[in-house]
Design a protein around this ligand. Sequence first.
Ligand SMILES: NC(=O)c1ccc[n+]([C@@H]2O[C@H](COP(=O)([O-])OP(=O)(O)OC[C@H]3O[C@@H](n4cnc5c(N)ncnc54)[C@H](O)[C@@H]3O)[C@@H](O)[C@H]2O)c1
Length: 253
Amino acid sequence: MLQGKKIAVFGVANEFSIAWAIAKAIHEHGGELALTYQNERFEDTVRRLAQSINVEMVLACDVSQDDQITGVFERLSQNWDRLDGLVHSIAFAPATALRNPFLQTTREDFLVAHDISVFSFLALTRAAVPLMQSGGSVITLTYLGSQRAIPGYNVMGVCKAALEACVRYLAAELGDKNIRVNALSPGPIRTLAARGVPGVLQMIEIMKERAPLKRSTRQEEVGNAAVFLLSDYASSITGEILYVDCGYQAMGM
Ligand SMILES: NC(=O)c1ccc[n+]([C@@H]2O[C@H](COP(=O)([O-])OP(=O)(O)OC[C@H]3O[C@@H](n4cnc5c(N)ncnc54)[C@H](O)[C@@H]3O)[C@@H](O)[C@H]2O)c1
C-alpha cells in the first residue's frame, strides 16, 4: 500500500508508542521511513527499534526548538528527493496541569502544552510542505477529550480541540498542492504519555464496558488506520478526524 513512499514519523519514545505502531505498519506496507526522537533520554531505545525494521535515518528533534526542526528537514532533503508523508504523534502537558483542577491551569502550563502539542504540528507541517513536491499526506493524533469534557484530561482537551482546528485550516490551505491533512483519534491506550493522565486505566475499563466492540483500541489498529490515510486509498480524504476507538464516540451513554 505504501510502496515507494517516503514518510517521516515524529514521536517514538518506546515500543508502546503509537508512533512506533505506525512506523511498524508503514514498514510492513513497504514505506521508507525516517524516525525522530525527542532527546538523548530516548535515543538508545529509538535507535534499537529503528534497527529492528532497518531504518537508517534516526534524528533528534525537540519540537520546542526551531533550529532542531529546521535541521531535521535539512537532513531529510539531503537524503530524500521528496517527502510523501508526515506523522506527528507528539503531545505534552506539565504534570501540574493534569493533576490540578482545570480551573487552576497556569498561564505557563497552558502555553507549554499548546506549544508542544499544537504549534509543533503547524511547525512540522510548514517545514514539510516544500519537500512534498508530488503532494503528500500529513497525520496527527488527537483524542475525544477535544469534543467532550473527560475528567483529568484538562488542558490537553483544549490542546486537542485546537489541534483538530489546525487539521481543518491546514487541509483548506494545502489542498491545492494535493497535500491531505487528517487526524486519527484513538481510544485510550496505555503508553508513556497516557500514564500522565490521571484515571487512564479507568478510561480504558469504561471503554471496554461501553464501546460497541466491547474492548479497547490496540496500537496496531492505529498503525493500520495511519497506513490507510498515508496511502492513495485515502486520496479524497482531507480535513478529517478518523476515530479508531471501537466505536466509543458514537455512544451517548
Ligand atoms: N495513548 C492514548 O491513550 C492516546 C489516545 C489518543 C491520542 N493520543 C495521542 O497520541 C500521540 C502519541 O502519544 P502516545 O500515547 O503514543 O505516547 P508516547 O509517550 O509514546 O508519545 C508521545 C511522544 O511525544 C514526544 N514529545 C513530548 N514532548 C516533545 C518535544 N518537546 N519534542 C519532541 N517530542 C516530544 C515524546 O518524546 C513521545 O515520543 C499524542 O499526541 C497523544 O496525545 C494518545
